[in-house]
Design a protein around this ligand. Structure first.
Ligand code: PGA
Length: 256
């Protein structure tokens, strides 16, 4: 059975002090009892990762992801952080191909594919983001866009490597805008993604792949989004910055 996952993408928010407060609040409230089968992930900025990892050392229910990594192991890439470095601080996962990375930092499917390889080589779970922009939603090309992102970003992987990957569908028009995909739109795309994965890797692997929804997911709409059979949790931006909201979203998934 595939994992149910709530991952909090903090983006460029929280100083060290603020991050420690948030993670301590979360850690107090997240236990085996409170989250059940739900896997919880937090993804703070690089600079606070070691601190957050050490705060969560005794809480095996919360994993820690970086928000990006470089595709090379080391070298003259000023300002970058490699997957190997993330492994050295015992990070568990890394978000790759987020639409903000694609849009503001010019990440192509090819670059993201190389980052996926680097992550897997260093035992980091890639949380692979895909999603269309508003224009592509409106002109009807959204299925093709998402399919190409997945094919070009992930389909070079063999079965074992692909089985490590978590996919996050994040319609760009819904990220940080307050506008959410309707439960029907989310289910339709998630089922489509599972179909694309089935064609390449077969039914069993597709059924075991977690596909998360992201884009203005919050306590008020999480339950109806998660109720869909192919929505296996959420990648949460804004609502992951407050413990109350994040915990409420985890609870919504627990009740799925
Ligand atoms: P949002 O961000 O929840 O603030 O819309 C989601 C994301 O970008 O991962």
């Amino acid at each position: 059975m595939r994992d149910l996952i709530v991952a909090g993408n903090w983006k460029m928010n929280k100083t060290v002090d603020e991050a420690v407060i948030l993670v301590q609040e979360l850690s107090e409230r997240i236990s085996e009892e409170s989250v059940g089968e739900v896997k919880v992930v937090v993804s703070p900025p690089y600079v606070v990762l070691p601190q957050v990892i050490s705060e969560l050392w005794d809480n095996s229910m919360v994993s820690v992801a970086a928000q990006n990594c470089h595709e090379n192991e080391s070298g003259a890439f000023t300002g970058e952080v490699s997957a190997k470095m993330l492994q050295s601080i015992e990070a568990d996962a890394v978000i790759l191909g987020h639409s903000e990375r694609r849009e503001y930092f010019g990440e192509t499917n090819e670059i993201i594919a190389a980052k996926v390889d680097a992550a897997l080589e260093n035992n980091l779970v890639p949380i692979f983001c895909c999603g269309e922009v508003l224009e592509q939603r409106q002109d009807g090309s959204f299925f093709n866009v998402v399919k190409s992102q997945i094919v070009e970003g992930l389909f070079h992987l063999d079965n074992d490597a692909f089985s490590m990957v978590v996919i996050a569908y994040e319609p760009v028009w819904a990220i940080g805008t307050g506008e959410t995909a309707s439960p029907e739109q989310a289910q339709e795309m998630h089922a489509f993604i599972r179909g694309v994965v089935t064609e390449k890797y077969g039914h069993e692997i597709a059924e075991n792949t977690s596909v998360l929804y992201g884009g203005s997911c919050k306590p008020g709409n999480a339950q109806e989004l998660f109720a869909n059979p192919d929505v296996d949790g959420g990648l949460i931006g804004g609502a992951s910055l407050k413990a109350d909201d994040f915990v409420a979203i985890i609870e919504a998934l627990k009740n799925k």
